[in-house]
Design a protein around this ligand. Structure first.
Ligand code: FE
Length: 339
């Protein structure tokens, strides 16, 4: 009898221990390198990381539907607009610890979620067809200037990166001015919006347009050769330009994460977030994803460095605005007949 009781106690102790030693990450980031990173965390802490990866909508649907039964501890995705919209449904709990607050500048986080890496959404141009002088002092606002008529490619209005960019313009210039701006941009498009960010860069390389809007890490990814020799060659035909250097700085976005409201292991999730913001983890992230580090003292990948460092980032416009202004951004793009 004693032996049985002991076994039961030992088992339940083991179970509690096992439960406390894991964290369930629902991730919309699809990088093999993230798996290696989580392994490093496990090696350090003994906390096992279970990764459930999928598309954003599917992951969010599952977390929402499973409610209090959800096993999800940490939701990781790209774009502050996505995190903000999910947060507005009350899906996160306070995710910040003193270490996270100390590591991440306040414009790149809220109390519910934090950035873990940065990206800029910038302009790419053909140095054959665009004189660098024409870009001098150029802003996102200038994309609506009629001198670019028929020369710009940018993806569809349903794309979250565009929604966040436009949301930042609403924050800075107001809805009315941004609605006018969107009409100007649509009038300047070289074609109806289609394709992903890399497709926009490829269009400029192929001579279909002179300017493209796309995130920074895509050019580095193409230059790296990981997307094949053809895209590598195309990437060499365009140059990056960082807008709004004369005023608020270039539009920045994040990939990031937050601890979910019904997380069974919230403390482990916070520990993992803290780990992702250490120098070691940041170096691993930027080496593999070509993003910018969230913390100081970590160097981006050489291909990203080569695109230009020292540019002025927009640190005034809090990324929390992207979720807030998302609906308004989409609405005004659609009104402007932005596909
Ligand atoms: Fe992306």
């Amino acid at each position: 009898m004693k032996k049985i009781l002991f076994t039961i106690l030992a088992l339940s102790f083991f179970e509690t221990f096992a439960l406390a030693k894991e964290v369930n990450v629902f991730s919309a980031r699809h990088y093999d390198s993230d798996v290696q990173l989580y392994q490093k965390f496990t090696d350090k802490t003994g906390i096992k990381v279970n990764i459930i990866s999928g598309k954003d909508k599917a992951l969010q649907k599952r977390i929402t539907e499973e409610g209090t039964d959800s096993k999800a501890d940490l939701y990781i995705t790209a774009d502050a607009g996505r995190l903000g919209a999910f947060a507005s449904k009350g899906m996160f709990q306070n995710s910040l610890t003193p270490a996270i607050k100390a590591a991440v500048p306040s414009n790149f986080r809220t109390s519910k979620w934090t950035g873990i890496a940065k990206r800029a959404r910038i302009i790419y141009y053909s140095p054959e067809r665009v004189n660098a002088n024409d870009l001098n002092g150029m802003t996102y606002e200038d994309l609506a200037d009629s001198k670019w008529k028929g020369r710009i490619v940018i993806r569809k209005s349903n794309n979250i990166y565009n929604q966040s960019l436009v949301a930042s313009l609403i924050k800075n210039n107001g809805k009315k001015a941004t609605a006018e701006w969107a009409k100007g941009v649509v009038a300047n498009m070289a074609r109806d919006s289609k394709g992903n960010d890399r497709a926009q860069i490829l269009a400029v390389a192929a001579g279909e347009a002179d300017l493209a809007v796309a995130n920074t890490y895509y050019l580095a990814l193409m230059l790296s050769g990981k997307k094949g020799a053809e895209q590598q060659a195309a990437a060499k035909k365009v140059l990056p330009f960082f807008p709004n250097q004369g005023d608020r700085g270039t539009h920045m976005n994040i990939s990031g994460g937050g601890v979910l409201k019904n997380a069974p292991n919230p403390e482990n999730a916070k520990k993992l977030l803290e780990f992702l913001l250490t120098k070691e983890a940041q170096q691993h992230i930027v080496n593999n994803t070509f993003e910018y580090p969230m913390i100081d003292g970590v160097k981006p990948h050489p291909l990203v460095k080569q695109m230009g460092l020292g540019f002025k980032q927009d640190l005034e416009t809090k990324v929390a605005n992207y979720g807030k202004n998302q609906a308004a951004a989409l609405e005004l793009m659609l009104s402007a007949k932005w596909k």
